[in-house]
Design a protein around this ligand. Structure first.
Ligand SMILES: Cc1cc2nc3c(=O)[nH]c(=O)nc-3n(C[C@H](O)[C@H](O)[C@H](O)COP(=O)(O)O)c2cc1C
Length: 328
């Protein structure tokens, strides 16, 4: 059972999973590996288009490549038709991840507008029949990541979570926003908690949305008694958050992270992307991370401007070394 692979035995006797939420252009193999080292129990790849996988688009296969150190890892796919998702799942199965995750949660117009991602929440019967077909078409466990509903007036997750379970999925991750909300407002975890409370639900339920402090993590973990929590935006440039959450679970003191350690992780991230994808890709991708790696570090601002304007990896390395020596 997927449950046995995903949920980790914590020293306090409980089974739980802290997962790195999938994020396009962020949770690359290089960053997933860093998060794993800092304690993420479960990793998801960035989502990839089913159509692109079927068409053998190399970039999509690169996005879902993973190393054995990452296990347990799920490959996430999106699509709007049964035929595309089934064929893509079969392709993904050949790569032998621990599970295949169907994205029924993305709200972006170019995806949801075509009936993929959270667009499917407007047609729950279709969501169920595609999910069932995907489960049937592969031997690997299948999971679903979705949102609480299409909008405030449509069928809530509490009304179809059981039906999703009956499709044969082995994990359900729920982001506490509607499709209509996109990323606005606050995530509402009450419906996620209700799904978990349903006595007929026996697959793991992971909650997601707006966990941005260790205190909130601990509070929500206790309040909603879920099997796992997915961390998205707050893990960007902050892989230590996984370690800090674990320390909190075990009642240990939270280890502060020095600027030197942040620089060293940032350099590793930059260089592994450069080795795997080339310098220009690394330069572009890392721009999303610098402010996050050095968030709240006093006097970082002038270095940020330099990092954004740098043209080569050597320049970045030099600026990072300056940060390491000059900022405490
Ligand atoms: C830049 C970005 C990219 C994302 N890409 C994906 C994705 O590929 N697949 C997915 O299921 N969710 C994706 N998400 C949604 C996150 O996984 C997560 O559900 C959402 O950000 C809420 O969690 P958080 O508040 O912890 O960030 C993305 C979010 C962001 C901000």
């Amino acid at each position: 059972m997927l449950k046995d692979i995903l949920l980790q035995d914590y020293p306090n006797g409980e089974k739980f999973a802290i997962a790195l939420s999938p994020m396009d252009d962020i949770t690359t193999r290089e960053y997933r590996t860093i998060c794993k080292r800092y304690g993420a129990d479960v990793l998801f790849t960035e989502f990839v288009s089913s159509d692109a996988l079927i068409r053998d688009v190399e970039k999509s296969y690169q996005k879902i490549s993973f190393s054995k150190e990452e296990r347990p890892v799920g490959i996430q796919i999106f699509g709007s038709t049964e035929s595309a998702l089934v064929q893509a799942a079969q392709r993904v199965e050949e790569l032998n991840p621990d599970f295949i995750d169907i994205n029924w949660g993305c709200p972006m117009k170019k995806i949801a507008g075509k009936g993929a991602g959270s667009g499917i929440l407007a047609d729950i019967p279709k969501m169920l029949s595609i999910t069932k077909a995907v489960v049937k078409s592969v031997k690997l466990p299948v999971s679903v990541k979705t949102r609480i509903s299409y909008d405030d007036n449509s069928t809530p997750i509490t009304d179809f979570a059981e039906a999703l379970q009956d499709c044969g999925i082995q994990l359900l991750s729920i982001h506490g926003r509607t499709k209509q909300q996109m990323y606005r407002g606050n995530a509402d975890w009450t419906l996620i908690g209700k799904v978990k409370e349903n006595p007929r639900i026996n697959i793991p339920i992971f909650g997601n949305g707006d966990i941005n402090t260790v205190e909130k993590f601990m509070e929500y973990k206790k309040r909603y008694a879920l099997d796992g929590i997915l961390i998205g935006r707050h893990a960007v440039g902050n892989p230590y958050f996984f370690m800090h959450c674990k320390q909190a679970i075990m009642g240990k003191e939270i280890t502060p992270i020095t600027v030197k350690e942040k620089v060293s992780v940032c350099k590793e991230h930059l260089h592994t992307i450069c080795d795997n994808m080339g310098e220009s890709r690394a330069m572009v991708m890392m721009k999303k991370f610098y402010s996050r790696y050095f968030l709240a570090i006093q006097d970082f601002k002038p270095y940020k401007l330099e990092l954004m304007e740098a043209k080569t990896i050597e320049e970045i390395d030099f600026i990072l070394s300056e940060i390491s020596s000059n900022l405490a």
